[in-house]
Design a binder for this molecule. Structure first.
Ligand code: SF4
Length: 347
């Protein structure tokens, strides 16, 4: 079996079956650019090779187990089942701009244990494979095609820390950018990290045009460590050096989740202002999505707006983010593997 994402393997298969390059191009275009199903794509190949290709190529490994559609903002949460019976989640976002985005997962669970994140409570199970990462994009693309839409942006902001699954992340990004496959430009892709300095530098060296987002959430070391245990491994100074390096390739998105009484005071504002001074960044102020079992509370909207306005007045590009899919637990920090066993039935 050769994975559909194994570029060399697919080329070898093409030669073995003497498939003309333009037929193979039509086949890959059907799958990845036109979001058609496997059989429709196979129909682009000469009839005599279709069965062989169907049996020799692994097209997908995820099964769509559940779909939940928000009643308030058009977000959809897709729950996929892996072949070894784990559940992962992707979220389709349909903002009013019409630019459909997809938030995908990079791991089953997460080893970072951020205190504000439901996924962090699950613990870590394993990295997703390249096929599992890209399958989320393929299946979501097919789904939105039925609505006359296409996926405009893909963000790695679902389950897991993508920079802790670096090899598969890099391979996935290569396929997403590859001309015969998705052919996405770097500006359509974003990777979000809790801040792993050496991996951030490797990432921007390898993919200078892909957007990087850093979940900073505090510029005070003690607060950051409480929110994100991973921060104990790296000082804010180390992180700032990698941030400076990354921002040489373009503005880095700074994610700042606002938590009442935790990171929304005067001291927090000044620490953030000093920390980011003279670094090309765009700051995103994010509301907290409360969930059962978490005792953190979000900062109220007027205070979030005031905090954002102070940042703007201090010269920072700043936006207040609206959070999609809060009613279906699809918003940032709410993605979590269902506790029930798969045998209990899904849907
Ligand atoms: S916020 Fe991201 S890195 Fe932190 S626990 Fe959740 S999934 Fe992991």
């Amino acid at each position: 079996m050769v994975s559909i994402y194994d570029i060399d393997g697919i080329e070898a298969l093409r030669r073995r079956h003497a498939i003309q390059p333009h037929r193979m191009k039509l086949f890959l275009n059907a799958l990845f650019k036109n979001a058609l199903g496997r059989d429709e794509a196979l129909a682009m190949l000469p009839e005599e090779v279709r069965d062989d290709v169907a049996h020799q190529v692994e097209f997908q490994t995820l099964e769509l187990a559940e779909r939940h559609d928000s009643e308030i903002d058009g977000a959809s949460k897709l729950i996929f089942q892996t072949s070894d019976n784990h559940l992962i989640e992707s979220v389709i976002l349909r903002p009013k701009t019409g630019r459909t985005s997809l938030c995908i997962s990079s791991q089953v669970g997460c080893a970072c244990y951020c205190s504000f994140c439901a996924t962090g409570k699950m613990g870590f199970t394993r990295n997703l494979t390249v096929t599992e990462i890209l399958d989320q994009v393929v299946q979501a693309s097919r789904l939105v095609k039925t609505e006359g839409r296409s996926i405009r942006n893909v963000v790695f902001m679902g389950m897991g820390e993508p920079l802790l699954n670096l090899d598969h992340l890099f391979h996935s990004l290569e396929i997403m950018r590859a001309i015969p496959y998705f052919n996405y430009s770097g500006s359509r892709l974003m990777v979000s990290t809790v801040g792993i300095p050496h991996a951030m530098v490797r990432f921007v060296e390898q993919f200078p045009d892909v957007q990087l987002a850093l979940s900073l959430h505090s510029a005070r070391q003690d607060v950051r460590e409480r929110l994100m245990p991973q921060a104990r491994k790296y000082s804010l100074d180390q992180l700032r050096e990698s941030l400076l390096e990354a921002s040489r390739h373009g503005k880095v998105m700074i994610e700042y989740l606002m938590l009442a009484g935790v990171n929304d005071g005067d001291e927090d504002f000044h620490a953030l202002e000093n920390y980011l001074r003279d670094i090309p960044v765009h700051i995103n102020i994010i509301p907290f999505n409360e969930y059962a079992g978490c005792n953190l509370r979000g900062t109220a909207r007027p205070e979030r707006e005031a905090f954002a306005n102070r940042l703007k007045a201090a010269g920072f590009d700043t936006t207040l983010r609206y959070s999609f899919g809060a009613d279906i637990a699809a918003a940032c920090g709410q993605l979590v593997q269902h506790k029930r066993g798969l045998g209990d039935g899904l849907g």
